[in-house]
Design a protein around this ligand. Structure first.
Ligand code: SAT
Ligand code: MN
Length: 587
């Protein structure tokens, strides 16, 4: 009898029948070996070794370029435990149907066994996973995104205390693509895709969907949040976690180059996508970044919008589905004002100037080690995590939501997060720009009934003696001319500065029906070219718009039936009441 891990790996091999099984230790030599394999497969090229040392460009199958939510399932025993926002499949049915696809799926291929840690090796908040996969691209990506090898194996030892994830490319046919989560067993099965969150099982599948279930059982939180530190002129760093849907700028925000550096406000990077948080002995909510790398959206990134990202991706980086210049450098829309004269597009075709459509896929990505972020915080691997003073929710909203507002208290903050909405992006397969409710940016990632998830949030608030203050931001509001009202990127530090002041009981604000909104004087605006009219508009709370918003949130809440915590229904009623009062005072 082997250990539970050995037995599970043997089982996986018996089912998928690979020609060989290779255990991955995470060494640099192994990574290089995998790159050789990838290059030989023909969809991967090495980039310019002089300007982009140790960087590769991988071109995915054209039908496999983003997460596919419609084939992502929560396979809980009872349907109602998956809730109304998840696709559900009965575990037995899932194992039969998708198990058949796994039969012999790795025939002729190598099965790689990737043991990995989510979190620093010495943290009590860290958890372990093992992914078996037949994709060398997944292995090289996991090398960057997680901590692989010995430390993970040591932690597992003879126990069964790991989250197993079985992954195969299958035949890459979208019709035979499934991403399955078994929350009771803490097991992941994914087949038919090699892209991002569908295939790097440590990321959304484990660190969010499965971890959200563990967190609820064990009294912590697994959230779709970046983590950053804002240093003030005294040198003190205040930590914040922010939840935005995919491709709304989390990586850019976490790696922001503050435009207020000269006056002593600097942003330190800790994480760009996922935060695991637990109350610490000091009574604060502490956060770790379970990942070790960033999987960021490339298009739009440039030396002006985010010099830190541009510097970070200059070496040891995997680019996926970006374009390539004649000198074998990566390129994407928005990187330079004009496209280079000769380009190879994301599918490997030569394109000439004026060609139709983008040369880089809109969801093209860079995968970069976190340690390469120029402003990586010295605490990013702190086993105790960092104390979080502010939680920030945000989305893409062309209208309605002001630049920033602060919730009245934790319960109201949970309501703000639960009612969040955003316009969809290229990070998921489907139509772009459609507004959808995306509570806490967890709609596609919560592994259980979202009504229970809201309840868990309320419960956590009661258990944290010094809970973070909760805010909402919107960098994407547009004026009547369709232009963004706020410059965004490094200028967003001005909003963070106000948040910092509010956390410290300062910061000028007006109390509105939706919460505290900065007064125009409350924001530090020196050096910023924004007209008084635009500023007013970006901060405006329109009672009529918000009445509609409140109504829509109410309708959305109906989905959750009697699992919706009554506190949230009450918050929605209070908001409606406050809006009514303001409207009638004006009317
Ligand atoms: O593909 S991922 O899920 O890793 C990226 C995202 O959609 O947030
Ligand atoms: Mn994400």
């Amino acid at each position: 009898m082997g250990t539970p891990l050995e037995e599970w790996v043997e089982d996986a091999a018996r089912k998928t029948r690979p020609k060989q099984v290779v255990w991955c230790g995470g060494s640099e030599a192994e990574a290089q070996q995998m790159v050789e394999t990838l290059v030989a497969e023909g969809r991967t090229v090495r980039l310019n070794e002089r300007t982009y040392p140790n960087c590769i460009l991988h071109r995915s199958d054209p039908s496999d370029v983003a997460r596919t939510e419609q084939v992502t399932f929560i396979c809980s025993r009872r349907k109602e435990d998956a809730g109304p926002t998840n696709n559900w499949m009965a575990p037995e049915e899932a194992k039969q149907k998708v198990g058949a696809l796994f039969d012999g799926a790795m025939a002729g291929r190598t099965m790689y066994v990737v043991p990995y840690l989510m979190g620093p090796a010495d943290s009590s908040m860290t958890r372990v996973g093992v992914e078996v996969t037949d994709s060398p691209y997944v292995v090289v990506s996991m090398h960057i995104m997680a901590r692989i090898g010995k430390a993970a194996l040591e932690r597992i030892g003879k126990t069964s205390d790991f989250v197993p994830g079985l992954h195969s490319l299958g035949d890459l046919n979208p019709k035979r693509r499934f991403v399955l989560h078994f929350p009771e067993e803490k097991l992941i099965w994914s087949i038919g895709s090699g892209y991002g969150g569908n295939a790097l099982l440590g990321k959304k599948c484990f660190a969010l969907r499965i971890a959200s279930c563990m967190a609820r059982e064990q009294g912590w939180m697994a959230e779709h949040m970046l983590i950053l530190g804002l240093e003030d002129p005294s040198g003190k760093v205040t930590y914040m976690a922010a939840a935005f849907p995919s491709a709304c700028g989390k990586t850019n925000m976490a790696m922001m180059v503050s435009t207020l550096e000269d006056s002593g406000y600097r942003v330190w990077t800790l994480g760009d996508d996922i935060a695991w948080m637990q109350p610490g002995p000091d009574g604060y909510l502490h956060a770790i970044n379970p990942e070790a790398g960033f999987f960021g959206v490339a298009p739009g990134t440039n030396a002006l919008t985010n010099p830190n990202v541009m510097a970070a991706v200059k070496r040891n980086t995997i680019f996926t589905n970006v374009a390539m210049t004649a000198s074998r450098e990566p390129w994407w829309e928005g990187m330079t004002a004009e496209a280079p004269p000769e380009l190879t597009d994301w599918q490997g075709h030569k394109v000439s100037a004026g060609a139709q459509g983008p040369a880089a896929h809109p969801n093209s990505r860079y995968t970069v080690p976190a340690r390469q972020a120029p402003r990586i915080s010295s605490h990013w691997k702190d086993p105790a995590g960092v104390p979080i003073s502010a939680i920030i929710f945000g989305g893409r909203r062309a209208r309605v939501a002001p630049l920033v507002y602060q919730s009245l208290n934790w319960q109201h903050g949970v309501f703000v997060g639960a009612g969040m909405a955003s316009e969809t992006t290229a990070a998921i397969t489907g139509e772009v720009g459609v507004r959808r409710r995306d509570p806490m940016a967890m709609l596609p990632f919560c592994g259980y009934h979202m009504g229970d998830y809201f309840r868990h949030w309320l419960e956590m608030g009661r258990r944290i003696p010094h809970p973070p203050r909760i805010f909402h931001v919107n960098w994407f509001r547009k004026g009547p001319n369709g232009k963004f009202l706020w410059p965004g990127y490094g200028e967003n530090v001005r909003v963070l500065k106000w948040i910092l002041e509010r956390v410290n009981g300062k910061g000028l604000a007006e109390e509105t029906p939706i919460g505290f909104v900065p007064t125009p004087q409350g924001l530090t605006l020196d050096g910023l070219a924004i007209s008084a009219a635009d500023l007013k508009e970006v901060l405006r709370v329109d009672a009529a718009d918000w009445q509609k918003e409140a109504e829509e949130i109410g309708t959305f809440f109906n989905k959750f039936g009697d699992r919706l915590p009554p506190e949230l229904r009450a918050e929605q009623a209070h908001l409606t009441e406050r809006l009514h009062l303001v409207a009638s005072a004006k009317g």
